[in-house]
Design a protein around this ligand. Structure first.
Ligand SMILES: *Cc1c(COP(=O)(O)O)cnc(C)c1O
Length: 466
């Protein structure tokens, strides 16, 4: 074999057309399909096969895909998928993935249109979230990486060049976030070498927000003990309950102590698009950095997260390194700096910017805002039905699009079983969490396909079974 291209393109073309037709049919009929199907053991075993030495016809591989892969994926395309916080994707983004695959552009850097598209998307993101026009940023796999990179930017600000050469070198730096912070922020402190204990988890108030008095107390105690607070991460839309920390208060406290003010707005930052919900994000535009996802509420296909950084010089200094083989050139393909590889940890990177650019362009921010509003309206509908039932109890305030409720007189295990039954029967996919020791059903309404009838059917089905 001396090339991977076919001698004759016509059969590949025909197969490609069939794949596209099948995938459009798949999207168009998603509501008629089960939300999720447990994978049979034989299918699982099919993916512990020996390394292929010889090739297989791509027609046969596509038959394999149709039989063994397509039916057993996560289910987050489905309108009745309400678990975790998963985006539903969108057909334009799906097509953009095909185009990006065809271009196979390496968007780590160099002087080509992929970099221009990513800069456009970053500028749009900054505008969407109320950050200044000069804001820099980079697309990453998700908010986990974006939060991690934000910690590295804060480390850059705190330690400068010395932090690159010698690491933390005994620096007593402390970080702060609410007790409801996503685990990836804890992981970010760990991966950045500070250790998990450097993240002080501040208790929640009654509305599941970071208690700002307790934050002040923790900072005062740490300072008295010789620590330097370097990073305050507020949460805009907590993963458990969708709660918003008081971003202005957190920004004030960060400014007072010279700490980096970061916002984890993985899904909740997108509330800034909606005039009806924007008030929750007041103060977001004061952030030194924001982590958020395009693959959740913005419905871009997985994966795509984003880090925005107010001071481009800090982001560049946090990641850039001078090397001969990546030297900046004034012209030619090696021109066009700054390159994304100097704004994050990845050198080779795909063309995720294309699917974001196409999604934002196709639907507009008004279109996305109406999806955000629809999710929130549905969450309120669900909360109202929970409150109207004497068997169900709302167990966290509904700030945005997440509803957590318990079932009266049901043991935690019975609730876990009920949710697993609904998932395994392919009917609904809520998830669960624990609030004050109680197992609760957690519905995160994120999918743009979810309608009022889906909410009503979920409540009716749960009530029927208890
Ligand atoms: C989903 C989520 C994350 C992690 O983002 P990924 O895109 O899954 O890496 C972080 N914080 C919050 C609040 C989230 O909801």
């Amino acid at each position: 074999m001396n090339t991977l291209d076919p001698a004759n393109w016509s059969s590949l073309r025909a197969l490609g057309h069939k794949m596209l037709d099948d995938m459009v049919d798949h999207l168009a009929s998603i509501r008629e399909q089960p939300v999720w199907r447990p994978m049979p053991e034989a299918v699982r075993q099919g993916f512990v096969a020996p390394l292929p030495l010889r090739g297989t016809d791509v027609e046969a591989l596509y038959a394999r895909f149709t039989a063994d892969i397509q039916p057993y994926v996560t289910g987050n395309l489905h309108p009745r998928f309400m678990g975790w916080v998963h985006g539903g994707g969108n057909p334009v983004s799906m097509l953009a993935e095909l185009l990006a695959g065809a271009m196979n552009a390496n968007c780590g850097g160099r002087n080509h249109v992929g970099i221009a598209v990513e800069r456009q998307v970053i500028a749009w993101a900054a505008e969407m979230l109320g950050m200044p026009a000069e804001t820099s940023g980079v697309l990453l796999t998700g908010s986990s990486m974006a939060n991690f990179c934000a910690v590295l930017c804060a480390k850059q600000k705190a330690l400068g060049e010395a932090g690159h050469e010698s690491g933390l070198n005994g620096a007593k730096l402390t970080a702060y976030a609410s007790a409801g912070v996503h685990r990836c922020v804890t992981g970010a402190l760990d991966m950045a070498g500070f250790g998990r204990a450097a993240l002080r988890k501040i208790p929640l108030d009654a509305a599941f927000r970071m208690d700002m008095d307790k934050l002040r107390e923790a900072i005062a105690a740490d300072k008295a003990a010789g620590f330097t607070p370097f990073f305050i991460a507020a949460t805009a839309g907590s993963v458990d309950a969708g709660a918003f920390d008081d971003l202005n208060a957190a920004a004030d406290i960060a400014a007072e102590h010279g700490a980096w003010f970061h916002v984890d707005g993985a899904f909740g930052a997108l509330a800034a698009l909606s005039p009806a919900w924007r008030h929750l994000t007041s103060g977001l535009g004061r952030a030194d950095s924001i982590a958020f996802d395009f693959h959740k509420w913005a419905q871009v296909t997985y994966s795509c997260g984003c880090l925005l950084v107010r001071d481009p010089a800090v982001q560049n200094a946090a990641f850039a390194q001078a090397t001969n083989y990546l030297a900046a050139a004034p012209r030619g393909l090696a021109g066009g700096f700054p390159w994304p590889c100097d704004l994050g940890p990845d050198l080779s990177r795909g063309f995720s910017a294309l699917k974001v650019w196409m999604t934002l362009s196709a639907y507009g921010t008004e279109g996305l805002a109406s999806l955000v509003e629809n999710s929130c309206t549905l969450a309120q509908r669900l909360a109202a039905q929970v409150q109207a039932s004497d068997r169900l109890t709302l167990l966290a305030p509904v700030t945005l699009n997440i509803v957590c409720f318990g079932i009266e007189d049901k043991a935690n295990q019975e609730i876990l079983d009920l949710v697993a039954d609904l998932q395994e029967e392919g009917l609904f996919a809520p998830s669960t969490t624990t609030i004050e020791g109680r197992t609760v059903i957690r519905c995160a309404i994120v999918n743009h396909r979810t309608q009022a009838g889906d909410i009503d059917a979920l409540v009716a089905e749960i009530l029927r079974r208890i």
